[in-house]
Design a protein around this ligand. Structure first.
Ligand code: 3PG
Length: 222
């Protein structure tokens, strides 16, 4: 097994983060919600979907969305073990996001078919990945781990590292993060409110996606 991540692998992760500046963190509580929810997000301009393994329906949702929505990037979130990583790859996940990271996950991600965006909350955790060549990380839980100020501080010692913060971010605060040079995308569950999903209010989901993207365009980012 190679001991360091390749440039090609880094480019794969960058391509995922370049696909859309906003990444919805999605929990599927009813299997029949997966496709209309995903379609509503795509309709609203969001073509990247992080389907978490927080419910038993995540794996099947990934399979279904890969088949039905070829125009979207479909990845897996809340992956916490190598066994889960293998399972989401088998389901067709195009990227894998973890909330925190273990050495086994860091090592598996070096050669896995789906690129890894490992989660970290501190520089010490990040440096374990950095040693293996990782340069892209999820920063979680962003708001309680120091938010924008922490990310600004991280850019001093590690100007070559890029983050996707998630955790406590809202549509009103996403552009504050995206204004930082070391932030490529931000994620969160504000894009998929559970009450809208429960009510099958897909138009509201589309509207939130559009509003959230419009706030970025009207702000300092785009
Ligand atoms: C994640 O895993 O990225 C978070 O649960 C998203 O955090 P949020 O629900 O506060 O947006």
């Amino acid at each position: 097994m190679s001991s360091s991540i390749t440039d090609a692998r880094r480019a794969q992760v960058q391509a995922v983060l370049d696909a859309c500046p906003l990444i919805p963190v999605i929990a599927i509580h009813r299997p029949e919600h997966a496709l209309p929810l995903a379609r509503a997000l795509v309709e609203g301009g969001i073509n990247i979907l992080e389907i978490t393994l927080r419910t038993p329906f995540g794996l099947d949702a990934i399979r279904e969305l890969r088949k039905e929505l070829p125009e979207a990037w479909v990845g897996a979130g809340t992956v916490t073990s190598v066994d889960q990583y293998r399972a989401v790859e088998e389901a067709g996940a195009q990227f894998v996001i973890t909330p925190g990271t273990t050495d086994s996950l860091f090592d598996y991600g070096l050669t896995a078919s789906a690129p890894l965006l490992p989660g970290v909350a501190t520089l010490s955790e990040m440096m374990r990945g950095y040693q293996r060549g990782y340069r892209h990380f999820k920063f979680f839980p962003a708001e309680v781990a120091g938010g924008v100020s922490a990310l600004k501080a991280f850019s001093g010692p590690f100007p070559d590292v890029c983050f996707c913060p998630t955790g406590g971010i809202r549509k009103e605060t996403a552009s504050d993060y995206l204004a930082l040079a070391n932030v490529a995308a931000v994620g969160g569950s504000w894009l998929t409110p559970q009450d809208a999903i429960d009510q099958g209010d897909w138009q509201r989901v589309t509207a939130i996606a559009r509003e959230s993207l419009a706030l970025l365009r009207n702000g300092k980012v785009c």
